[in-house]
Design a protein around this ligand. Structure first.
Ligand code: NAD
Ligand code: WQD
Length: 342
């Protein structure tokens, strides 16, 4: 029988790609989402990719009753990946309580139910945002976390603390917080991808929407940073590689003999690219010149961050398979399909 993995936020950007990776690896993904930041059309894309209807529940992860009904109905859940959260940094500054309620509340409900139903394995979506601007690059898991510069970032730090404390209490819980760097790209089928709500906050959707003519131009936020070309540097990881890291994490957890176990692992490529490099690479793979302008810095941006991925390579036995070019090609295909179907 296939092992069931409960995937909260399963209709979201990373969750949907991970659902495909899980199914491909022989797991049965059980998806939960309340569509607060996703669309039902994702399920249609998944169905086409998987050639089967995914198991899906529309539910709010902060609602214990709704979530308990799923644990009861599904019975033997093997592990959980907790993606469901709000993720817009700026919005979290304006509406912090909403962020604490959803991001902490959903984790607490899951932890209660996992204990109640004897589910021990949990992969948690954390973020490189916990490092702030690191003193040394690349950033390793031993690098100190910095005071978060947004309530969103603080929810990730607090969730990591909650997991660390839960494990320290000796309860039966094996969990890894994966610190994602900047996920980009889409499934190569063009059937699922990133679906931002309204004006995108993130670079790649802004780039592809501009190239598609949905936005007039893109502003590069700051060209006076202390970097090779003056623009910020990030570690952009293909969402397919990120999805795969979750599968490897379950294998890692399974190999641990401890009953209570907590770890953090960076998931990036190990390479930094500047905003201008991303734009140039996009122009190259799409064959389209991008209308961009250099503008002022965006408040709160860190100058440069990229991951040391030795731990992911060694303990998860995971390596990236896709380049930035692949990711931008896939993101562009996805954007073009979206425009066609609108
Ligand atoms: P996303 O918004 O596309 O996916 C999250 C999904 O969770 C959405 O489908 C949303 O509808 C759902 N959701 C939110 N609250 C819910 C609730 N209470 N009940 C049920 N469903 C709920 O975001 P994503 O980019 O796929 O991110 C997934 C996770 O990874 C998040 O925890 C995010 O903080 C984390 N993360 C994302 C990035 C990034 O840049 N995308 C980087 C680092 C970490
Ligand atoms: C990337 C680079 C911008 C848009 C955010 C969160 C972080 C994590 C990942 C969840 C930056 C520049 C962007 C634009 C630009 N998420 N940019 N023009 O800021 O690295 O990280 O998503 O955990 O917590 O903060 O990602 O895609 O917004 O920006 O010049 O229109 O692109 O300044 O240098 P960021 P991003």
């Amino acid at each position: 029988m296939k092992s069931k993995i409960l995937v909260t936020g399963g209709a979201g950007y990373i969750g949907s790609h991970t659902a495909v990776a899980l199914a491909t690896a022989g797991y049965e993904p059980v998806l939960v989402d309340n569509f607060v930041n996703s669309s039902k059309s994702v399920l249609e894309g998944l169905k086409q990719i998987l050639q089967a209807e995914p198991t899906f529940y529309e539910a709010d992860c902060t609602d214990k009753q709704q979530m308990e009904a799923i644990f009861k109905k599904e019975g033997n859940i093997r592990g959980v990946i907790h993606f469901a959260a709000y993720k817009a940094v700026g919005e979290s500054v304006a509406e912090p309580i909403k962020y604490y309620q959803n991001n902490l509340g959903s984790l607490l409900v899951l932890l209660e139910l996992m204990e109640q139903y004897g589910v021990a394995e949990l992969v948690f979506s954390s973020s490189c945002t916990v490092y702030g601007q690191p003193d040394e690059l690349p950033v390793t898991e031993q690098s100190p976390t910095k005071p978060a510069n947004s309530p969103y970032g603080r929810t990730k730090q607090m969730c990591e603390d909650i997991l660390r404390d839960a494990v320290a209490s000796g309860r039966k819980l094996k969990t890894v917080a994966l610190r994602y760097f900047n996920p980009v790209g889409a499934h190569p089928s063009g059937l699922i991808g990133e679906l931002p709500n309204g004006v995108p906050n993130n670079l790649i959707p802004f780039v592809t929407q501009t190239a598609a003519g949905l936005r007039e131009k893109i502003t590069v936020f700051g060209d006076d940073y202390n970097t090779s070309d003056g623009t910020c540097i990030r570690d952009y990881i293909h969402v397919l590689d990120l999805a795969d890291a979750h599968i490897k994490t379950f294998e890692y957890l399974r190999d641990r003999s401890e009953n209570s176990f907590y770890d953090v692992v960076n998931v990036g490529t190990g390479q930094g690219n500047s905003v201008l490099e991303v734009i140039q690479t996009f122009e190259e793979v799409s064959g389209k010149p991008l209308n961009y302008q250099l503008g002022p810095r965006r408040p709160g941006d860190v100058e440069q961050v990229w991951a040391d991925v030795a731990k992911a390579n060694n303990v998860l036995n995971w390596k990236t398979q896709h380049s930035l070019k692949d990711a931008l090609k896939d993101a562009w295909r996805w954007q073009q399909n979206l425009v066609k179907t609108e």
